[in-house]
Design a protein around this ligand. Structure first.
Ligand SMILES: [Zn+2]
Length: 220
């Protein structure tokens, strides 16, 4: 497995660290019930994180074409938990140990204290590129420096304990959509196949000028 490295580019455009490539497909595997919870029939030691079953996905970063705007479940979890930049994959800590987050915000709403997100942190310079190039950020974004991002839970597909079939998500427009399950919801975690790690943003200080933040980092 390759370590986080330099940003990859496709046709001159940086491809975020968490973007999957066509060489990275989700691996469907038969499910079963074991110890009163969802499990893989051939479950191995890397299929669970914090006791939650995770989707299996190939790891072949840079092979094929980027699958915009999808997200690679393993690299998303890795970036969120170990606080890597979602664009370049390097450690994202800023001066003073804080982390920068940039989230889509079409309505201009600032990031709030305690907000939950599946988006990993980002460097100021990488964020400047992202707000220019990412379609979902070009329509509006909000940024904040935070002092911490503890785990809140996961997002994934819920399965029926009776049929072991996926259950519809909360959005009738996208019935295959993921549900969010808090890490305090033991019953919910038993029947979810996780695909995103979700954190809670604490010590939030809104940022409106990414250029100034990037310049300050370069100048220090
Ligand atoms: Zn970066």
């Amino acid at each position: 497995m390759s370590a986080p490295g330099r940003p990859m580019r496709q046709a001159g455009v940086p491809v975020p660290y968490i973007t999957p490539w066509t060489g990275e497909t989700v691996i469907r595997a038969p499910l079963t019930v074991r110890h009163g919870r969802l499990a893989y029939e051939d479950e191995g030691p890397y299929d669970r994180h914090d006791d939650v079953l995770w989707v299996r996905v190939h790891y072949a970063r840079g092979i094929g074409q980027p699958k915009w705007p999808r997200v690679h479940a393993f690299r998303q979890r890795q970036a969120v938990i170990t606080e890597l930049c979602m664009i370049c994959g390097h450690p994202a800590h800023q001066r003073g140990g804080r982390l920068l987050y940039v989230l889509a915000a079409r309505d201009g709403r600032p990031i709030e204290e305690g907000e939950t997100t599946a988006v990993p942190p980002v460097h100021p310079a990488c964020a400047r590129q992202a707000v220019r190039l990412c379609p979902h950020l070009r329509t509006g974004w909000a940024a904040a420096l935070v002092t911490g991002a503890p785990s809140w839970g996961v997002a994934g597909i819920r399965y029926s304990p009776d049929t072991l079939q996926p259950l519809p998500g909360p959005d009738p427009e996208r019935p295959e959509g993921m549900v969010r399950v808090a890490c305090t919801d033991d019953a919910g975690l038993r029947w979810v196949l996780a695909a995103r790690e979700i954190v809670e943003l604490v010590g939030v200080e809104p940022v409106t000028d990414l250029d100034a933040l990037a310049r300050a980092r370069v100048a220090r």
